[in-house]
Design a protein around this ligand. Structure first.
Ligand code: FUB
Length: 458
């Protein structure tokens, strides 16, 4: 078991008494932060930054950006690291892959990312999960304050004008051109507009220099809903609240509206919001330090469902372990379910390559995953899974609800010759009808047992 797995396990053991119920944090295989959800074609794509398992120099240790997707808001499919600092050739940073956001325009996906200390850059892809490429070969935002150029947030207004906001502790914006990779240089300072930071706009708090300032700190999340423009942001320094302001137009003037999420026990010293409406519900994504048992440089994305007040204001939202309790769709197990699709797991990691895509790895005895809201229909007779093992193999127990639930069937996995030599294993399952949570529990001897790419019922 590697260092991460051990660290994970100690956190997981603390959580284990509630694991059967816990839905937050929503990703357990990696440390994820700075959530940026994007709704596209009935699916939520969640872009995150990624806190490495090993923190270097007691500071943010972040090399790449990850993507997850969900159709039901309780199960998340891991698409791996979709971009990294290595996507850019014009800088020399080996750390600093901070808070991203992606948006679609005319069938292309634009991923805006800060490289801490190098400013804000953009990548483009034909699919929400990449591959992403650098279309301009230089930083996007040409400013003289690149250390403060972090946390880009982007939205396209109804008239087609796209706005990119960003910044810590100031807030700037540019009007992106329709190509999404350049901006209108005719406004502001060579195209960059500095937002006026007033107490009325962002609440009042002494600045770092002791002079009057505002609560705005970083991590803006900009969007429009029902003719109101919202700016949600991390506020009030460290540890951070999440607060928000609204405006009648994309460029303001902003009016401070107060807190959305206050400080709470398992939150980290930073926080970072992403808000979406999906299938008739509203959701606030944020990050906490629950999984790392209190390590602020090892954060994890969580999500809460909430309801806007009738006047469009946002209620105070409590961070919970339960998270989203109601799925808005069910999983069809009669077509291939990716093994990296799950609501909860313990002890597992994902890996990927161009041949196999993303798969589950570091599977040890008693590790498990839970897939929620699986529609077993009229029942299945057999199950199968795509597996590989370079060692002794093991078995997959298919159980109802949780690791102690009723065993529906077992799949035996033998050595397949190598970790990339994939084969399909099959077994019988008990008939069970209706919608249930399904738990795959992995059993075997010492060490890594096998890897699993997908499973399905027949
Ligand atoms: O994740 C690195 C930085 O921490 C982000 O850019 C900020 O928003 C804060 O979450």
């Amino acid at each position: 078991m590697n260092t991460f797995a051990k660290a994970f396990l100690s956190g997981a053991l603390l959580l284990s008494s509630v694991a059967a119920m816990a839905r937050n944090p929503i990703i357990q295989t990696y440390f994820t932060a700075d959530p940026a959800p994007m709704v596209h074609n009935g699916t939520v794509y969640l872009y995150t930054s990624h806190d490495e398992d090993t923190t270097v120099n007691n500071f943010f240790t972040m090399y790449d950006w990850r993507c997850y997707s969900s159709n039901d808001m309780v199960n998340w499919t891991d698409h791996g690291a979709v971009a990294s600092l290595k996507n850019f050739t014009w800088h020399s940073k080996t750390n600093g892959a901070w808070a991203p956001q992606c948006i679609e325009r005319n069938g292309k996906f634009y991923l805006y990312v800060p490289i801490h200390g190098e400013g804000i850059a953009v990548l483009v892809a034909d699919s929400p999960t990449g591959p992403f490429k650098d279309p301009i070969g230089k930083r996007l935002i040409d400013s003289d304050h690149i250390w403060q150029d972090i946390d880009p947030t982007v939205a396209i207004d109804d008239d087609g004008q796209a706005y990119l906001y960003w910044g810590n502790p100031s807030l700037w914006y540019v009007k992106l051109n329709s190509d999404m990779v350049s901006y209108d240089k005719s406004i502001g300072d060579k195209g960059i507009v500095t937002v006026e930071m007033t107490a009325a706009a962002f609440g009042s708090k002494p600045g770092r220099d002791g002079k009057p300032g505002t609560t705005y700190t970083e991590g803006p999340w900009f969007f429009k809903r029902n003719n109101l423009y919202y700016m949600i942001y991390a506020a009030e320094g460290i540890p951070e609240y999440i607060s928000y302001s609204t405006a009648p137009a994309a460029v303001g003037p902003w009016t401070y509206k107060g807190h959305i999420m206050q400080r709470a026990g398992h939150l980290a010293f930073t926080n970072h919001a992403g808000v979406i409406d999906f299938k008739g519900n509203s959701y606030l994504f944020y990050h906490d330090q629950a999984l790392s048992n209190g390590q602020g440089f090892k954060r994890s994305v969580s999500v809460e469902q909430f309801t806007y007040n009738a006047d469009g204001s946002i209620p105070l939202i409590t961070p919970t372990k339960e998270g989203v309790t109601k799925s808005v769709a069910s999983i069809n197990p009669f077509s291939r379910v990716e093994a990296e699709t799950m609501a909860w797991s313990e002890g597992l990691k994902t890996a990927g390559n161009s041949q196999s895509g993303v798969y589950l790895t570091q599977i040890n005895h008693n590790d498990y995953l839970i897939v929620r809201s699986v529609d077993l229909g009229k029942g299945a007779k057999t199950a199968e899974a795509g597996v590989a093992s370079g060692t002794q193999g093991g078995r997959i127990e298919i159980r109802l609800n949780n690791p102690e639930g009723e065993v529906l069937g077992t799949l035996e996995v033998k050595n397949t010759g190598s970790w990339q030599q994939w084969t399909t294993v099959k077994g019988k399952v008990k008939k069970m009808t209706g919608v249930h949570d399904i738990c795959l529990v992995f059993k075997g001897g010492e060490g890594d047992l096998f890897t699993i790419d997908w499973w399905k019922l027949n």
